[in-house]
Design a binder for this molecule. Structure first.
Ligand code: FE2
Length: 264
């Protein structure tokens, strides 16, 4: 009886995920255990964004905060084998809804959300070299640059609007650049570890391609309460070629690569 409940829950999650994305879940996870979810290797050293984002913050953020989200989501779904065939991406649409067993609904929302969000956050960062600091943001890659111009008018307006959105998040949360199903861009914010993919929790269902973590753990050691200073520094280490690849993936339907890492 209990197993039937678990299977039904997993099917509901997978079905909802598929219907939200307008396509079947990625073929590779179908029926194959993904458990436990494994944290990949960070493709650059913790010091890569120094001095804009400090080594200790990045070390704690990746090796402690993100590791804890992995630990907690794995613990939550441990009694639910049918959920273990899902990728973290596939958990997003139904996270926090009754499609996930009620006793782990909150844990999946917070911790699977935390895993997804941080994989995107760290993937769109680049080393803070003198060259990138000098040129970053001045020449956006063609496709995402055109989309930004079409939606916001120009990069300066986009940066201003996105910064204001990130500053407006009350307490802990995120600001996102997302792609809607029609290919247009939007700026969105979410509290806690929610993200726009959590359509079951009332969000847009748009695909995030760029995100900034404005939890204090992302900047407090170096910046204390100065969130504006952190956001200004973060712009210099945004990996626009990667954001462009995310945009191309989002508009072509190949969304799994957005949070995939070479070691995963
Ligand atoms: Fe974080």
């Amino acid at each position: 009886m209990m197993m039937k409940v678990f299977v039904a829950a997993a099917l509901a999650v997978a079905t909802l995920a598929a219907s939200v994305q307008g396509q079947a879940p990625a073929p590779s996870p179908a029926g194959l255990p993904k458990y436990p979810l494994m944290q990949p290797a960070l493709p650059y050293p913790y010091s890569a964004q120094e001095p804009l984002i400090d080594n200790t913050t990045q070390m704690l953020h990746w090796s402690k905060h993100l590791a804890t989200y992995y630990e907690n989501v794995n613990k939550a779904i441990m009694p639910f084998p049918a959920l273990q065939v899902l990728t973290v991406e596939q958990m997003m649409p139904a996270a926090g809804t009754s499609a996930v067993p009620m006793n782990i609904s909150k844990a999946v929302r917070n911790n699977a959300g935390g895993v997804y969000n941080h994989l995107l956050f760290f993937k769109i960062l680049m080393p803070a070299t003198a060259a990138t600091n000098a040129s970053n943001n001045s020449m956006l890659p063609q496709q995402v640059g055109q989309a930004i111009n079409q939606t916001f008018g120009n990069y300066t307006v986009f940066k201003k609007n996105f910064t204001e959105a990130a500053l407006s998040v009350f307490g802990s949360g995120w600001a996102w650049l997302t792609v809607a199903k029609n290919g247009s861009l939007a700026i969105e914010t979410t509290p806690n570890q929610d993200n726009p993919l959590m359509v079951g929790a009332g969000y847009s269902g748009n695909q995030p391609i760029l995100g900034i973590d404005v939890w204090e753990h992302a900047y407090y050691l170096k910046r204390q309460n100065r969130r504006p200073e952190y956001i200004m520094a973060w712009w210099y280490v945004v990996n626009w070629p990667q954001v462009n690849m995310n945009y191309m993936a989002a508009t072509s339907g190949n969304k799994t690569m957005i949070t995939s890492y070479a070691s995963s």
